[in-house]
Design a protein around this ligand. Structure first.
Ligand code: 4AD
Length: 429
């Protein structure tokens, strides 16, 4: 039976057989050191000429970078080895000697690496990011399943927009027009009225002509929606959720964070309550720092960074002007010029990771908003029905998976947080 590199610790002193690839090789003439990887981890295999059959030595000598093989060897605990174990090789079965591998172990430019994304994924750093991504998704599901939420899947092909009409991906739906989903939120509101607390997780499409380190054309969003939850409770759920995700990664991906050379001291702080600053105060803060921003402007990435610098945890910016936010957000009862919303800004300059709000529950106000935003009432009739048949206070939010991973992994750009990024000017591979 095959074992994996992640499991070798259970087999110290025993002979194991594993399927793997050669990552790198060093040789001293009498000993070959094979750096092997199998997806679950990396391990060094030591082939000693004097101790193995001649054909084993020969086969090991033929191995090129990324050649595939089955390896047999005895597991030894070794404190000096990064994985804590080493393999004394007893057998090599070659599956394929790889052709000259395009991604050598030297530095490559970003465009070259992006063109070879299908291979780049095999590198230790990229593997680590993907393992963190998997853990973030696992921890997200765990949080919601353990807190009484149901997973609901909204459609990807939609007849209308959820987040404004400027960045919709248009497609034909037989004779009708359709758009790729920008957000499942409106459907999740319907689901919350049926199941109470729900969450979705899926791809989201924004035809944004933005070429920044935070923008993808296709990204993944988790969208919880909760009946009988107001703005304040919405923020408490977000704090608990983000803390659970970060603490799970710290606990279960220590090895990956080390590979990524992530300084985890700030991540350790991500527990308990998060600081809050109102939009009004955030504007004042920026003005004090010399910014020319005025009340009513939206924040750009540098503004968010300047605000987040004041905190060592994620910070909520609350109560944005009604004018600059989506049509469905509930106005503040005493100050209708602002809405009951919050964006969560990650520390260390990673920007907004969550957008959320309490939703309008009054049918008349919602109809008024349709008119103001020039949205066709016909198209949104079903959404208005939710306010006619037992409307309740309700709230929800959307967390962008890739921005969250960029923050947790300490990456400069979201392109490395998704297996095959879709960006302005990139649809390959
Ligand atoms: O603030 P947004 O647009 O909110 C919504 O779509 C709401 N309907 C969510 C809800 O309340 N159910 O997007 C939410 C998050 C942002 O905070 C950001 O993390 C991420 O989605 N995001 C992007 N991530 C990568 N590339 C893009 N182009 C993104 N646009 C938004």
């Amino acid at each position: 039976m095959l074992t994996t590199i992640a499991q070798v610790g259970q087999h110290v002193g025993q002979e194991v057989r594993m399927g793997c690839w050669l990552y790198n090789k060093r040789s001293s003439g009498k000993i070959q050191f094979l750096q092997l990887r199998d997806g679950s981890g990396f391990i060094q295999g030591v082939v000693v000429k004097a101790e193995v059959a001649e054909d084993v030595w020969e086969k090991a000598s033929q191995l090129t970078q990324e050649s595939s093989l089955y390896i047999t060897g005895v597991v030894r605990a070794d404190d000096r080895a990064p994985s804590g174990f080493e393999l004394t090789v007893t057998g090599v079965e070659i599956i394929q000697i790889a052709q000259e591998y395009p991604i050598s172990l030297k530095e490559h430019g970003v465009d070259f690496l992006m063109d070879h994304r299908h291979l780049w994924l095999r590198s230790p750093r990229q593997r680590a990011v993907m393992a963190v991504r998997s853990e973030v998704i696992r921890a997200m599901y765990e949080f919601f399943q353990e807190n009484g939420f149901y997973k609901v899947d909204p459609p990807i092909l939609t007849p209308t927009s959820a987040e404004g009409t400027t960045n919709l991906f248009h497609t034909k739906y037989f004779d009708e027009d359709a758009y790729l989903s920008q957000s499942g939120q409106l459907y999740m509101e319907a689901a919350a009225m049926a199941l109470g607390r729900v969450y979705s997780f899926g791809p989201t499409f924004r035809a944004e002509k933005s070429k920044t380190r935070r923008h993808l054309i296709e990204f993944w969003m988790i969208e919880p929606e909760m009946a009988f939850v107001d703005h304040e409770e919405n923020l408490r759920i977000q704090e608990a959720f983000v803390s659970h995700v970060v603490q799970s990664v710290l606990k279960n991906c220590a090895r990956e964070l080390k590979t990524l050379e992530r300084d985890t001291t700030k991540l350790q702080n991500v527990t308990g309550t998060f600081p809050r600053i109102s939009y009004d105060d955030a504007i004042k803060l920026l003005q004090e720092k010399g910014s020319e921003i005025k009340w009513g402007d939206d924040f750009g990435a540098p503004d968010e960074t300047m605000i987040a610098e004041h905190y060592d945890k994620p910070v909520f910016i609350t109560h944005y002007p009604t004018e600059i936010k989506a049509f469905y957000m509930k106005p503040h009862p005493e100050r209708p010029e602002v809405v009951l919303c919050a964006d969560m800004i990650a520390p260390e300059g990673y920007g907004e990771i969550i957008g959320g709000s309490q939703r309008i529950d009054d049918p008349e106000l919602l109809e008024k908003r349709f008119a103001e935003h020039e949205l066709s009432e016909d198209a949104y009739r079903w959404y208005l029905d939710l306010r006619k048949y037992g409307t309740v206070p309700h709230s929800g939010f959307g967390l962008g998976l890739e921005r969250t991973i960029a923050w947790i992994c300490g990456l400069d750009h979201v392109r490395e947080t998704i297996p095959f990024p879709r960006m302005l000017n990139r649809l390959y591979p």
